[in-house]
Design a protein around this ligand. Structure first.
Ligand SMILES: [Zn+2]
Length: 470
């Protein structure tokens, strides 16, 4: 096997959905595909452990996309000795500094807040009260970023090439293909990254493949389908209209990349069609505002419908009543508004950010509504609320949950069950092996059953730090 794929080790997203990271030795090149933050409470201790592979021995990090569960540990990797390059698509390169600096700020603020709270309460928490990495650490990654366009085969040495294919998941998202050409012939391995949905208004469809020797595939929604775009509009307008009639506010924990822009797109459609009344709508996130500007710079990645809007001089991300709250003062001023408002703020799973402050104010008000528009990982505050916990802790205080809880599934940047099956069906011959990652048990079993029903296919779902010789 010398010169071929020698080792594949699963360093995260194993039977859970965060901390994506796969280590691969291929033709003497050492590669890390993604280096994600563990966001589920049960696994976050891993963020503090030493990397299973010494960072100074890794040659390249290949980044599928800029969600923190795929890139959030890169500053730690660099801090602990990684000196190679970080290959990513041009749009990911534009987004990465914003996302990672924000993550560092959240780490710093979180550590400071914990320290203060523990001092007040006279106790110690399970993790150090120091940030995992600082803004300064995060900035040290920027010099290592190197952009590679979609469909460009980039040599990593004389036998190994890498290529990004559009994953249709978020702006700049990619599937990673690694190929080897040596005296044993041609072989390839495909990392699906996070797979998007087909026929979404903003992004292109996910890439598909005729063949692969090995596939590492996400399975987040392996057991469920999403609602259609029309169902999203119907549900969103009902929530907005009902909550306004009740005199409450609408809070939407928002992932700042893609979800925020998707929401703007849907709200602008509903506002223009007069399906919702004029309502002051805050995008309460300087980062989401900045990211929306980057979206406008990469119009060539959008689907036809959205490109058409831009050509007509309209922005799909703007509508009457929309206010962009960038400063902390602007965010605090939202509290003073009388009458109903819609507030979109990060973070998407309520693990940090301005949404916590809004939630602490609204959660006991039955007239207000909390609308989930994205995946809530196990152990996050978002998941606790969604699972119906009646008492939750926000910013160190306990609150009874009295506001209405709604969930709109169709927004997901992830492929639903049918989409995942469609992606698998595109392979004209069975890969030697499909490794399922990035899913909880039910989702994995469902997809595993589907793959097992296809003749000649082999599938497994690796466990943490499981190693394979390919
Ligand atoms: Zn993602």
């Amino acid at each position: 096997m010398r010169g071929g794929f020698t080792k594949l080790e699963f360093l995260g997203a194993t039977r859970q959905v965060t901390g994506s990271s796969y280590f691969l030795e291929v033709g003497r090149v050492k590669i890390l595909v993604d280096c994600g933050l563990f966001q589920e409470r049960d696994y976050s201790y891993r963020n503090w452990q030493a990397f299973p592979v010494p960072p100074d021995q890794i040659d390249h990090v290949l980044l599928t996309h800029v969600h923190l569960d795929h890139c959030g540990l890169i500053p730690k990797l660099v801090k602990e000795g990684f000196k190679g390059d970080i290959l990513l698509t041009p749009a990911s390169k534009a987004l990465f500094p914003i996302v990672i600096q924000d993550s560092a700020r959240m780490q710093e603020e979180g550590a400071a807040f914990k320290k203060k709270r523990h001092e007040t309460e006279g106790r110690k928490g399970p993790y150090p009260e120091t940030p995992l990495y600082t803004v300064q650490d995060a900035e040290k990654c920027f010099a290592l970023l190197r952009e590679v366009s979609y469909e460009e085969y980039m040599p990593l040495n004389d036998q190994v090439k890498m290529c990004f294919h559009d994953a249709g998941h978020v702006l700049g998202s990619a599937m990673v293909e690694l190929t080897i050409q040596d005296d044993q012939g041609f072989r390839n391995i495909i990392f699906s990254g996070d797979i998007g949905q087909w026929d979404k208004p903003l992004l292109a469809n996910p890439a598909t493949f005729d063949r692969a020797d090995y596939v590492v595939m996400e399975s987040t929604y392996g057991d469920r389908n999403h609602e259609s775009p029309q169902a999203i509009d119907d549900k969103l307008s009902k929530v907005v209209n009902d909550t306004i009639s009740a005199g409450g506010n609408i809070l939407i924990p928002t992932f700042v990349i893609e979800r925020a822009q998707d929401l703007l797109y849907h709200f602008s459609r509903l506002a223009n069609a007069k399906e919702i009344p004029y309502v002051i709508t805050f995008l309460d996130s300087p980062m989401a505002v900045e990211i929306t500007k980057i979206f406008e710079q990469f119009r060539e990645y959008f689907g036809k419908q959205t490109q058409g809007l831009f050509k007509d001089g309209q922005s799909p991300f703007d509508f009457p009543g929309l206010k962009l709250a960038e400063s902390v003062e602007a965010s605090k001023a939202i509290n003073l508004i009388k009458g109903s408002t819609i507030i979109m703020a990060g973070s998407g799973m309520i693990t940090g950010g301005r949404i916590k402050h809004h939630l602490a104010r609204e959660i006991t008000r039955p007239e207000s509504t909390l609308v989930f528009v994205g995946y809530q990982a196990a152990g996050t505050l978002g998941r606790q609320i969604l699972d119906g916990l009646s008492l939750v802790r926000i910013l160190g205080q306990s609150f009874p949950v009295r506001m209405k809880i709604e969930k709109i599934d169709g927004f997901s940047a992830h492929a639903g069950m049918n989409d995942l099956q469609r992606w698998l069906d595109s392979f004209k011959s069975p890969p030697k092996h499909v490794f399922l990652t990035h899913g909880e048990d039910e989702a994995i079993s469902s997809l595993e059953n589907y793959i097992n029903s296809k003749s000649g296919w082999q599938v497994s779902a690796p466990t943490y730090m499981e190693e394979f010789t390919l």
